[in-house]
Design a protein around this ligand. Structure first.
Ligand code: HEC
Length: 203
């Protein structure tokens, strides 16, 4: 279960699915995920709505089917009422379900970090050391990729440019993410698909 003190992740090397199955890959954070250039580690879903249907039907995750999920929702009167209020029709389809999940996920943002406050004009929000770090970040060229609203990598890049990258896992992903400022808050930053890599960035 993603928790805010874990940076919106389950803080596990790989996530646990139906029947305690161990997944093949480190689950990305839900926080600020709407600001990512694409969804899933290999970017195969263009946006959160396109991503949301996958886990429901994945045998290693929720191990259900879209039909079953919709049947469950239809069987709960309050959901029927609320879906009708929002979408204006009686029938619930996977389209409304994934749209609802995506809209919820868009609310999971972390808008008030020290850096955000500094950008909004509070000159005292960053310490001298943090300012020096920000200058280094800019002067070292990190901002070529890390820019925009969430200062995320905004791209897919090959890992192991300096040293060969080795993951013990088959699933390699492509590592698309948004935002590096969780690290500033000292919480989990497991936002690269392999836990082995993440530890390098951890405080
Ligand atoms: C060529 C593009 C590129 C450059 C240049 C670059 N990065 Fe990245 N960086 C990425 C990508 C892509 C990711 C993975 C996706 C993401 O986190 O946004 C990433 C991830 C990260 C992460 C992990 C983010 C997280 O949320 O866990 C940190 C920290 C980071 N980079 C720091 C740096 C620093 C420091 C520099 C400069 C020395 C730098 N990067 C330069 C593309 C780049």
């Amino acid at each position: 279960m993603p928790q805010s003190q874990h940076g919106g992740t389950d803080n596990l090397k790989t996530s646990i699915g139906h029947n305690w199955q161990e997944g093949p890959i480190n689950a990305p954070t839900v926080l600020n995920s709407s600001l990512s250039v694409a969804q899933f580690w290999d970017g195969r879903a263009a946006d959160l709505k396109a991503q949301a249907g996958g886990p429901i039907a994945n045998p290693g995750e929720m191990a259900a089917s879209h039909t079953l999920a919709i049947d469950v929702l239809q069987s709960i009167p309050q959901y029927r009422v609320e879906f009708k209020q929002v979408f204006g029709k009686d029938e619930i389809t996977i389209d409304e379900v994934t749209q609802a999940i995506a809209e919820f996920e868009k609310t999971l943002i972390t808008p008030n970090s020290h850096f955000d406050q500094w950008l909004l004009g509070n000159k005292d929000a960053l310490t001298a050391q943090e300012m020096a770090g920000y200058d280094l970040f800019k002067n070292s060229g990190c901002v070529v990729c890390h820019n925009g609203e969430a200062v995320g990598g905004n791209s897919f890049q090959k890992m192991g440019v300096i040293e060969p990258y080795k993951s013990p896992r088959d699933a390699q992903g492509l590592a698309p993410l948004a935002g590096i400022w969780e690290s500033e808050k000292g919480i989990d930053t497991s936002r690269i698909h392999s836990e082995e890599t993440v530890t390098r960035f951890r405080k």
